[in-house]
Design a binder for this molecule. Structure first.
Ligand code: CS2
Ligand code: MG
Length: 401
């Protein structure tokens, strides 16, 4: 079998997605997600101008060889654009291999290690009362794990708080700016989780995304102040370029830590995992080199009893969600999978086999990763430039969004 063509499909059913479709001489095709929020066209170009010419004529079954060819052969290794491009190729090739085998992808990854993949939902509100209600709604829907994000008194445009139902951070036009105050946030967040535990008890898994906003010692303080509420995890407490920063947090708190949605390779998390500085690795299929590389990261993490908590926000397409669920069903060290519902238009553009029931998802039994694309429908939604916001402190200092 030979690869005869590979096309990049850019569509915007409510938000932008970049999808790679690999075609073969035996008519078997595979899909890979290549969406990098706010920088979509850079990956589309990397694929179209640099990667696709290298794929034509190759045997699609040689996944590992093609991965190494695109990683080492690029000379310029790692980074979000390169690794999203490699991820799209890798995911599409696994889709093809599983279709050739006539098996759902998880069977090629070792079969089911559990009956379903526990997922967490996103609850957010403008204030404590609204957030408490939203969490209650998701508990009603059967979710076992819910992330809680609330507006902070005195701050506008806080991360994770939706203007309407779904929180979509990227907005049309130039990046929106919001003012951040760590003091207001640190003094407020414990009261949110106090209210959530008083209302919903200690049963539900509660998660919170700090979204890279604190310094290591501030993160240590937050983790400590949240200990009575036994969070499932505190996510991205501080930027992770300096992996040693997490030693300071660990010294002061036992609140579990999740990191990694912005990671692109095993090198970004090796020290964090090896030194037991995190409990959940959030690297995901589309941004960390595909199924092949994410499997490597998960296997490495398992050695240190670190579990996966893969990123699954709406800017990661259903193709990524499908592949991520197959991996999550098979690996021994799944922690939880993030699940933000895509809108109806997106679900129509990307018909898929995965299902949700009582807080658990299953990728389905369709050969491949179970997600396809309706190209005719996709063409109805042209690309629309959008940017992620930026944050500044009250004195105008540019801060971590
Ligand atoms: C977030 C994301 O879901 C999360 O954990 O951190 O919503 C993130 O802000 C976006 O994916 C950025 O594009
Ligand atoms: Mg996050």
């Amino acid at each position: 079998m030979k690869i005869t063509n590979a096309r990049i499909i850019v569509t915007c059913p409510g938000r932008n997605f970049v999808t790679l479709k690999i075609e073969t001489d035996e008519g078997v095709t595979g899909l890979g997600d290549a969406t990098l929020n706010g920088r979509e066209l850079s990956v589309a170009s990397y694929l179209a101008d640099h990667v696709v010419p290298c794929l034509i004529g190759r045997d699609p079954q040689r996944i590992e060889d093609i991965w190494q060819y695109l990683y080492k052969g690029a000379y310029w290794r790692r980074g979000p654009v390169t690794m999203a491009a490699i991820a799209a190729v890798d995911t599409a090739l696994w889709d093809i291999k599983a279709k050739i085998a006539g098996l759902p992808l998880y069977q090629l990854l070792g079969g089911q290690s559990r009956d379903g993949v526990m997922v967490y939902a996103h609850a957010n509100g403008r204030d404590v009362a609204e957030t408490v209600d939203r969490v209650g709604e998701y508990i009603e829907k059967g979710y076992k794990a819910i992330r809680a994000q609330s507006g902070v008194p005195g701050l506008s445009g806080v991360y994770g708080v939706a203007k309407d139902k779904f929180y979509e951070p990227a907005t049309k036009g130039l990046p929106q700016e919001s003012v951040w105050s760590t003091e207001a946030y640190l003094d407020f967040v414990p009261s949110l989780f106090e209210a959530l535990r008083v209302k919903h008890g200690m049963g539900p898994h509660l998660l919170h995304d700090v979204h890279h906003r604190l310094t290591p010692i501030e993160a240590a303080r937050l983790g400590k102040s949240l200990e009575p509420y036994r969070l499932f995890w505190m996510e991205d407490p501080t930027p992770a370029e300096n992996q040693d920063a997490f030693r300071l947090i660990r010294q002061h708190t036992v609140t579990p830590i999740a990191v990694g949605e912005v990671f692109n390779s095993i090198w970004d998390c090796k020290d964090l995992i090896q030194n037991q500085l995190i409990d959940y690795i959030r690297a995901t299929v589309v941004h960390a080199g595909g199924v092949s590389h994410l499997r490597r990261i998960a296997d490495f993490a398992a050695l240190y009893q670190v579990r996966t908590g893969c990123h699954g926000a709406t800017d990661l397409s259903p193709v990524c969600m499908g592949a991520s669920l197959h991996l999550g069903l098979a690996i021994p060290n799944l922690g939880v999978q993030e699940h933000m519902e895509h809108n109806a238009e997106t679900d129509a553009v990307f018909p898929h086999s995965y299902t949700l029931k009582d807080g658990y998802m299953h990728p389905g039994e369709t050969p491949g990763h179970g997600v396809e694309i309706d190209e005719e429908l996709a063409a109805k939604y042209p690309y629309s430039p959008a940017y992620l916001p930026v944050a500044r402190l009250a004195d105008g200092t540019l801060w971590n969004w």
